[in-house]
Ligand binder design. Structure first.
Ligand code: MBD
Ligand code: FE
Length: 281
């Protein structure tokens, strides 16, 4: 019983930590001109008005909406909510013209400046880290096929229980996070464990709307990556595992066919290979 309470506390802390992280890394002034702010704000508001008219929204429902919006902020869950339900379309628009590898959403759990490693690395993990051992290797190239020596592969993923270091308490700071510099041929090899499918925290305001709507809270198992090289566009992406029941109904709508791995059994674990192709800057 005590353990259940602790796990719930863990999930709530996850969403709120993402707000602090965002405020440290990403809050910056936008230079959006007033005409554009006006147009975008007006269209969003008009879509809300149209929904109210079409569905004859009541005062009770309007008050429930207000209470819920207040709670999302109080729980610190705006980064979580927005990255789960909105970011995928921003990413689609931002990267529509890219020729190289597909990107997908960053999500709320990236932390910059993870420990740095050379081209063959074992991610920081606990001595008894649970999970299937996994070796992830590949090459970083330009769109013309030139290997990008010294490219940076910044990887982060959750543990075998679906928890991210620095967002769920009790996990070593840099667990399953690292920045790996590829060798002179753009090759890298990363030893880690296979991440678990991930259920977004259900005990805060984001969970409340998921429950109220009778949706589910699952993301399929995934690796997060930022891959970059001098003179090239950074890609933020994720990689997925075939057969995961939530590849088809990811709550964050961030799965793409091009991002599917092809794991092969190897020793007591799996071996996965994926190459990244970067567009010129
Ligand atoms: C995650 O791990 C994630 O990747 C996203 C996009 C949202 C919530 C949790
Ligand atoms: Fe994630």
């Amino acid at each position: 019983m005590a353990q259940t309470v602790e796990e719930k506390a863990t999930a709530a802390a996850t969403g709120a930590s993402a707000t602090e992280r965002f405020q440290v890394d990403k809050t910056h002034a936008s230079d959006t001109p007033p005409e554009r702010v006006s147009m975008l704000a007006r269209q969003v508001l008009e879509a809300v008005h149209a929904t109210i008219r079409e569905h004859q929204v009541t005062y009770a429902e309007y008050d429930a909406l207000k209470a819920w919006l207040i709670q999302v902020g109080a729980d610190g869950e705006w980064p979580l909510f927005l990255d789960v339900f909105v970011e995928h379309v921003v990413e689609e628009v931002a990267n529509a013209d890219r020729e190289g590898s597909k990107g997908t959403i960053e999500g709320p759990f990236y932390v910059p400046d993870a420990p740095a490693f050379s081209a063959e690395a074992t991610l920081p993990m606990r001595p008894d880290e649970k999970g299937t051992p996994m070796t992830f290797h590949g090459q970083v190239r330009a769109v013309d096929g030139t290997p990008l020596g010294g490219a940076l592969v910044d990887i982060w993923h959750c543990d075998d229980d679906g928890f991210y270091a620095q967002f769920a308490p009790g996990i070593p700071q840099w667990n399953l996070r690292g920045r790996v510099t590829a060798d002179e041929n753009g090759n890298f090899t990363i030893h880690t464990i296979q991440p678990a499918p991930y259920q977004i925290p259900t005990d805060g305001a984001t969970g409340a709307i998921i429950r109220a709507a009778n949706w589910h809270a699952w993301r399929p198992a995934h690796l997060h990556l930022k891959v970059s090289a001098d003179g090239h566009q950074l890609i933020t992406t994720q990689l997925y595992f075939p057969g995961d029941p939530h590849n088809e109904d990811d709550i964050a709508a961030a799965v793409k066919a091009e991002l599917m791995l092809d794991p092969r059994p190897s020793g007591d674990g799996v071996d996965v290979e994926y190459d990244f192709v970067l567009d010129p800057a």
